[in-house]
Design a protein around this ligand. Structure first.
Ligand SMILES: [Zn+2]
Length: 278
C-alpha cells in the first residue's frame, strides 16, 4: 500500500502529513483559462492521461510543543469510498482525536472542511477550538449561500461548520493566532481562503492551501481554476505566497500536490518550480 503519513521536523515543531483520500477531477477544471497547446504540453510533462487529474487530499498535523494543531479535516467518513481516512491514519500514528486542541480550516470547501462532525453527529475533535477566516464564515453562514442549489457534500459541510459556531474563533486580520502560527489572508479561491506560516527557530513552513492545486500552477502562475470565485485575486494571492516562500526560505505545504505535498519552490523569473521533498 502507498504511504499515507509522512513525519518531519522543522525547528522544534513536528509535522505529520496525513492522507484523507484521493479525488479525481477533469483536469480542464484546474486550468480553466489555459491555451490549448500549452495545456496539452503540460499534461504530457506531468503525465496527466485522458484529461483526468487524480490527486490526494492531505491534512497536516502540527505539534508545536504548546499546541497539537490540525490543518483541515478532509472530506469526512460519509463522502465516498475514496476519501475519509484521516481519523484511521491519525490513530495509526498514535494520535487520538481528543489530543487535538486546535483545528484550522483553510477554507470551507468539502475536501478541506468536511470532517468536522462524526457519524454520531458529534464534533470529531471534541477538545478543539476551530479557526477560520471571518469572511469565509460569513459566506458559509449567509442565507443567500444556504439557499443556493449546491452539491450535497458542499451543503452538508456548510451545515456542519455552522453547527460548530460556539467552538469557532474567527480571524479578521493577518497575524499570529497561536505561538509560531501566523494566519495570512489569501482570497480568490474562496472569499475567506487562508494561508498559514508556521515558524520555529527560524525554520518555516508556508501552507498555501488551494492558492495552487497542482504543480502546473507554479510553472503557469496565470492559469486559474474553474472553482476560483475571484480568479484575478486568486492569482495575486498565489504569486504573493510563492514570492514569500522564496524570500523567507520557507518550505511549502500544498494539500493536493503529490504526497506528502511538501517541497521547496524556486523562483525561475516569472514562474516557479516545485522541488518535492520526502
Ligand atoms: Zn481543495
Amino acid at each position: 500500500l502507498p504511504r499515507e503519513t509522512y513525519r518531519f521536523g522543522l525547528g522544534a515543531f513536528t509535522y505529520i502529513c496525513i492522507v484523507d483520500g484521493t479525488l479525481e477531477v477533469e483536469a480542464g477544471q484546474l486550468f480553466a483559462n489555459a491555451p490549448k497547446e500549452a495545456l496539452t504540453r503540460a499534461y504530457r510533462e506531468h503525465n496527466i492521461q485522458r484529461g483526468e487529474a487524480v490527486f490526494p487530499i492531505i491534512c497536516l498535523l502540527v505539534n508545536t510543543g504548546l499546541h497539537c494543531m490540525l490543518l483541515d479535516t478532509g472530506c469526512g467518513s460519509g463522502a465516498g469510498p475514496a476519501v475519509g481516512r484521516l481519523l484511521q491514519n491519525l490513530r495509526a500514528e498514535g494520535i487520538d482525536p481528543r489530543d487535538i486542541d486546535s483545528v484550522i480550516l483553510s477554507h470551507g470547501h468539502w475536501d478541506h472542511a468536511g470532517g468536522n462532525i462524526d457519524e454520531e453527529g458529534r464534533p470529531t475533535f471534541p477538545n478543539a477550538r476551530y479557526v477560520m477566516w471571518k469572511e469565509e464564515w460569513d459566506r458559509l453562514a449567509s442565507d443567500s449561500e444556504l439557499g443556493q442549489p449546491d452539491d450535497p457534500e458542499a451543503a452538508r459541510t456548510r451545515q456542519e461548520i455552522i453547527a460548530l459556531q460556539d467552538r469557532m474563533d474567527l480571524v479578521e486580520r493577518e497575524g499570529e493566532i497561536l505561538p509560531g502560527v501566523e494566519a495570512i489572508p489569501a482570497p480568490g479561491h474562496t472569499v475567506g481562503h487562508m494561508a498559514l506560516m508556521l515558524s520555529s527557530e527560524r525554520r518555516k513552513l508556508l501552507c498555501i492551501g488551494d492558492a495552487a492545486a497542482h504543480p502546473i500552477h507554479l510553472g503557469q502562475p496565470d492559469w486559474h481554476m474553474a472553482f476560483d470565485v475571484a480568479p484575478e485575486e486568486a492569482l495575486r494571492s498565489r504569486r504573493r505566497l510563492l514570492a514569500r516562500a522564496v524570500a523567507e526560505d520557507a518550505l511549502v505545504f500544498e494539500p493536493h500536490f503529490p504526497f506528502p505535498g511538501v517541497g521547496r519552490v524556486t523562483d525561475e523569473g516569472g514562474y516557479w518550480q516545485w522541488q518535492p521533498v520526502g
